[in-house]
Design a protein around this ligand. Structure first.
Ligand SMILES: C[S@@+](CC[C@H](N)C(=O)[O-])C[C@H]1O[C@@H](n2cnc3c(N)ncnc32)[C@H](O)[C@@H]1O
Length: 268
């Protein structure tokens, strides 16, 4: 089965339980994503990698009762979280368990596809984007929020330290880079999208700042969960605290910068 590594990663109970503490960071992409997507009331939208459904709900409020939105995700645990947040008035929203790379998602054709940090995890991104394009009406747009480089995103402190050699070698998953920073390079993403039949994407950069506590960004347990060895975890933690010092005020609040980028491209 495709994308088995990512399916297990996002099904992991520890990760999904912790996901609501992560959403205040990802949700900062909702406003700029919607600004670029320019959705209108009455349209049908597919939200890929919808996770806990916060962006899906924001889309639903834009498209209104004459429109509809389908949130699709590969993780049952994430969809349970999304479903638990539905209110009786949310009758223009549905959630579907699907692998966006391989599956036909019910409700097609859509006027638009959006994704908030849900596109960087495909084993075969060209196959995935080709599949997504087939879910769009002619002229429909795919708009995705992805992260800029890891070096700019302090909120991924555990990833940053792992990448600096603080962990045993992790098994590679799939033939291409997968993970939060897989789409940091615009030229790489443009190539994938054009190969899948989309128009050349346009990009917008967006910086957000999330005030938060140090322990929202790094704890010893988070570093251990990220694969950092027990015997080096204190050293890694000290480096993380030092790096975050540059954006920590006298009040102890970390003003965490989030460097996001949003692309949009059209299906012919
Ligand atoms: C970083 S989370 C983002 C969740 C949510 N959009 C947000 O911003 O809070 C990525 C999501 O993509 C989903 N995902 C990963 N691979 C997928 C695939 N092949 N098909 C559908 N969803 C996938 C994961 O299960 C996860 O919920």
């Amino acid at each position: 089965m495709a994308n088995e590594g990512q399916r297990q990663y996002f099904a992991n109970a520890m990760r999904t339980k912790r996901w609501p503490t992560r959403e205040p960071f990802t949700a900062l992409a909702i406003a700029p994503l919607l600004e670029v997507a320019k959705l209108r009331p009455g349209v049908a939208v597919l939200d890929i990698g919808c996770g806990g459904g916060q962006a899906t709900k924001a889309v639903a409020s834009v498209v209104g009762s004459t429109g509809r939105v389908v949130g699709a995700d590969i993780s049952e645990a994430m969809l349970e979280l999304a479903g638990s947040r539905l209110e009786p008035t949310d009758n223009n929203i549905s959630f579907v368990l699907a692998d966006a790379q391989t599956d036909a998602i019910p409700g097609a054709p859509f006027d638009a596809i959006v994704s908030q940090f849900g596109l960087m995890f495909f084993e075969d991104p060209v196959a995935a984007f080709t599949n997504l394009r087939a879910h769009l009406k002619a002229g429909g747009a795919l708009t995705g929020a992805v992260w800029q480089g890891m070096e700019k995103n302090l909120s991924f402190m555990a990833h940053r330290l792992s990448a600096r050699g603080f962990q045993r070698e992790m098994p590679k998953q799939g033939p291409v880079p997968q993970g939060p920073f897989a789409f940091a390079h615009q030229d790489y993403v443009n190539g994938l999208l054009v190969a899948a039949g989309f128009s050349q994407p346009k990009w917008v950069l967006h910086t957000a700042v999330r005030p938060c506590a140090l322990e929202d960004l790094v704890t010893v347990q988070m570093l251990l969960d990220a694969g950092i060895d027990q015997d080096r975890v204190e050293e890694a933690y000290a480096i993380a605290v030092d790096e975050l010092g540059a954006v920590t005020g006298n009040d102890g609040v970390v003003q965490c910068p989030l460097e996001i980028q949003i692309f949009t491209c059209v299906a012919p």
